[in-house]
Design a protein around this ligand. Structure first.
Ligand SMILES: Nc1ncnc2c1ncn2[C@@H]1O[C@H](COP(=O)(O)OP(=O)(O)O)[C@@H](O)[C@H]1O
Ligand SMILES: [Mg+2]
Length: 302
């Protein structure tokens, strides 16, 4: 096990930013940490990297417990914080050399050159950070996070604010890096996680609501409801639909209704029966195909 959290709870005053959060990430995994803004992603990542104290629970990195005394463990973690705060007055190379110095690396110059090569900063290494585009600043952030060769990499929203070309370049770089490291990256955009990771942990309001392979989550097996698309030839009202047994919600999109069950059972027979009893003509009645986006919305809208 490379990253393990056990029942982490974090309070900000009276607010529970994290409530009993537990998960395990194995060596070599590339895991997406997905949730809407304010879900608790950055808070969890600061806790894993040892930058933020927590109220209850335990965190283990490479089976070693994180605590305020055990700061040695930070050497095995690379961290790209949200919004990637960099010293913009410094030159790229200078900044990386200072970072290498912070970790007391012996082969400083060589290590910086390797990171410049790995992250494709060759042409930019003699520029000031403030002169770089957002995509290149992210590369500097990644180089900084990787310079001490950590086995675990924690990336907080590494692709936010990039244009489509930069996005693809950074994604490729992350995939490349992940071949040799355990990587956890956060995002509030499901397509992002889908494009990079094969496993996703979804967090909402400080609680884990799903954890599994993206294919499994997309299949809908983690959600406890079914969504059916129904089209009637005449107008009906929402109250009528909600009176059907086991129906929790109904949303109208033009003539079409999206009807959600309150448990996993198939509600199509009941909807068909409802149409017959009310002499309504049903034009369409089918289960909605789930994709990660649907599942994400269902898991996080509450
Ligand atoms: N230093 C802080 N003081 C008070 N509340 C905070 C602090 N940091 C985060 N929060 C709150 O904790 C919740 C989770 O925040 P955060 O972890 O930043 O979410 P995310 O990264 O998923 O957008 C939010 O409601 C946020 O306002
Ligand atoms: Mg955040």
């Amino acid at each position: 096990m490379t990253v393990e959290t056990k029942n982490i709870t974090k309070l900000f005053g009276k607010q529970k930013a994290l409530n009993n959060v537990s998960f395990q990430i194995k060596k070599g995994e590339l895991v997406g940490f997905l949730g809407p803004n304010g879900a608790g992603k950055s808070t969890m990542m600061k806790i894993i990297t040892g930058y933020l104290p927590f109220d209850l629970g335990e965190v283990f990195i490479n089976n070693q417990k994180i605590s305020s005394e055990n700061i040695e463990i930070r050497k095995s973690i690379g961290y790209l914080p949200e919004q990637n705060p960099l010293y913009t007055d410094l030159y790229v190379k200078e900044f990386l050399e200072i970072t290498a110095g912070f970790y007391k690396l012996k082969n400083k110059k060589q290590r910086v050159a390797e990171m410049v090569g790995l992250t494709g900063l060759g042409d930019e290494q003699h520029k000031k950070i403030r002169a770089l585009s957002k995509g290149y600043r992210q590369r500097v952030g990644l180089a900084q996070a990787l310079i001490h060769d950590p086995s675990v990499l924690i990336l907080d929203e590494p692709t936010t604010g990039l244009d489509p070309n930069q996005l693809e370049e950074i994604r490729t770089l992350i995939r490349e890096i992940s071949k040799e490291k355990t990587v956890m990256l956060s995002s509030h955009i499901m397509q992002e996680v889908e494009a990079i990771c094969n496993r996703v942990i979804i967090i909402n309001k400080g609680e884990i609501v799903a954890d599994g392979r993206i294919e499994d989550i997309k299949s809908g097996s983690v959600i406890r409801s079914q969504v059916v698309v129904a089209e009637f030839s005449s107008t009906i009202n929402r109250e009528q639909l909600l009176s059907i047994e086991n129906i929790k919600n109904a949303t109208q999109l033009g003539n079409i209704w999206e009807i959600e069950s309150d448990n996993k059972q198939d509600i199509r027979p009941a909807i068909f029966q409802f149409a017959v009893e009310n002499k309504l003509i049903l034009l369409t009645l089918q289960e909605k195909q789930q994709n990660l986006e649907n599942v994400f919305h269902q898991l996080t809208q509450r």
